[in-house]
Structure formats: C-alpha cells, structure tokens
Ligand binder design. Sequence first.
Ligand code: ATP
Ligand code: MG
Length: 368
Amino acid sequence: MTDKTTIRELRERVAALEAELARRRDRGGDELDYRLAVENANEAVVVSQDGRFRYVNAKAVLISGYSRQELLERPFLDFVHPDDQAQVVRQRAYPPDRRHAARPFTLRLVARDGRVRWLECQSIRIFWRERTAVLSFLSDVTVRQQAQDRIRSLSQQLIRAQEKERQSISCYLHDRVAQDLSSLLLTAKTLLGDEPHVGDATRDKVDRMCGVLRQCIDAVRNLAYDLRPPVMEQLGLAPAIYQYCEDFSRETGICVDFTSAGMEALDLAAETEINLYRLVQEALNNIRKHSGASQVAVKLIASSPNILLRIEDNGKGFDVEEQLIHALENKRMGLGGMVERVSLLKGRLRIESRLNQGTRIFAEVPIG
Ligand SMILES: Nc1ncnc2c1ncn2[C@@H]1O[C@H](COP(=O)(O)OP(=O)(O)OP(=O)(O)O)[C@@H](O)[C@H]1O
Ligand SMILES: [Mg+2]
C-alpha cells in the first residue's frame, strides 16, 4: 500500500465519520424537537408505568392543577374519579400494541380544586427506560361533555313531558270524546223510533249518519289506544307487549314470537312500563319499515335486580354506529329515542346488527 492510497483511505474514513456525526446530530436535534412539541402540546401527554406517571407535560399540570412533582409521586388512580377507576384499570389490563392506539375512551379526572374534568384518552404501548409503559394523550372535553349532558337531560325531560301529554290526550279522547260520540250514536239510532210518517230516504240518511258515527268512535278509540295502551294500566307490561306483538303480526304478516318470564309478580313503575313498551313499539316499527325480516323474537325476562328485554329479527341488518352518528343529519329519531329512554330508566342498551344476519336489541333496566 502506497502513502497516497493510505491518505486517500484515511480521508474517506474521516468523511464517512463526519457524515455519521452530522446524521447523529440531526437525530439529536429531532429528539429535542419531539420533546419540545410534547411539552408544549395543547393536549395533556403522560407516560405511565407500574401504576404511576413517569412523565407529564405542562398541559397535564395545567388541567389537573397539581404540580408536576405531585403528579409523579402518587399512584395515577388517585387522580381518577372513583366511578371511572375500574374502567381505567380495565383499559390498562389489555395494553394496546405498539403500532395501533387503543380505542379512545372518556374518563373523569378530579382536579386539585375538586372540580371534575372530562378527558378523552387515547393510549399506545411504548418502551420507557427499556420497560413497557403506556403513552396517553388526554384532551379536555369537559365543555363538550357538559353540553351533551344538558342535551341528554333536555331530551329526557321532553320524553317525560310527551308521555304525560299523550296520557292526558288519550284519557280525554277515551273518556270524553268517545263517550260523547257513543251517546250521540245512541240518540241517532233511536231518533226516528217507530215514527210512521218518516220516509225511507230519511231513514237511510240516519242510518248512514250512524255508520259514520261508528267509524268515528272506532278511530277515536284506536287513537286513544295508540297513545296509551289501556291493557298496560289494567293488566301490566307483559300482556300489553303480547297484545302489541299479536296486532303487529296480524297487520304485517311478520311472525312474532313473544315470551316472558317472572314478570307477573312485579309492581313496576309506570315510567318503566311505558318506556319499555315504546322500545318494543319502535323496534317492531323499524323491523316493519327497514328489515325485510320474516321472524321476530321478543323476550321480556325479570332477572332481579333487572328486567331484560331482547328483540331479535332475521332481517337484512345495518351499520349501527353509522346510523347513530348520522341520526341527526338524517332526521332519524327512533334509535336515539331508544337510547334516551333506556338511559332515563338508568339502564343499558346494546344494539348488534350485521349485514344479512339480522339485528338484536338488548335492554337491561333496573326493576325499581
Ligand atoms: N331492525 C332493523 N333492520 C334493518 N335496519 C334497521 C333496523 N332498525 C333500524 N334500521 C336502520 O337504522 C336507521 C335508523 O333507524 P331509526 O329508527 O333511528 O330511524 P327511522 O326508523 O328511519 O326513522 P324514525 O324512527 O325517526 O321514524 C333506519 O333508517 C334503518 O336504515
Ligand atoms: Mg324508526
């Protein structure tokens, strides 16, 4: 090897080392930028490991009102609202993988001043100091949550007011209008009596009048019945749903199999009865309008401390999430109304549906 080649090789190695150094410097610069970005992010960013925060950014400090030191020292569950702690533990028991973030969920944080902040949390598994940890991004959605709560409370008030109104209109139609029409019919029937001088034409007219009155009475009674089924007040929820399923089946030709168990002994609140009844009404109407189903199964079961209602069809199914998200813009109220009614009863509603595999609706509400 000549001196010239040695010098050239040495130069090349120096150039390669300089390039590597520059690359590392750049990477160091990137890391610094990431830290700056995270520290100044408009979301709270935290890293947790072994039940404690290992890192919290400035926004986490701001939202919580605690100092960085306080946040790092205590178990992070101390900062979570007691009712949400189980959910947070559950989410952590199945840490998301490293490539995909977990589904976001909402949790309540109790700030230093005792006020509750709603945070939407999205997490991903990372390595922190060579061990598994969870990196979470938390957006403060308190204002949005409060607005949703207000809307929810208003729509529940609306449902209550609507039911009260329906009940009073139903009573009025049944007890006053239908009664008055009935006595009018009686008068009309006996109007001519055995009057010998009344001609056939007049008798025909009175007969036609009686026919119209009879139709009127039926229509008013049906309206009163639809507004508030009297069977429910007299016999209770299960017979009222049974009756509704029978009528539905007769009118639509769709076979409805209704079963109930353990309902006889219960003394349900009127609000529970009417809302479960409306749930069945809406579900069956949806089946008639949208599903193309030929078979429906309705089950109503008392399973202390809850009542379980299940409505299942063998129709064409639909994308539940999509329908719920776009309900307002599509001006569809049915599914949303079901959700509100069940939440008004402090219960839970689950809708499962698959294309061409039918739809199942499960409602679970406390008995009393
Ligand atoms: N059992 C079902 N089978 C198939 N599709 C359904 C079923 N129930 C609901 N859907 C679909 O979900 C949509 C939303 O239902 P929703 O009850 O909210 O509205 P709607 O019945 O169209 O209108 P509204 O109830 O306000 O009169 C329906 O338009 C339909 O596409
Ligand atoms: Mg509907």
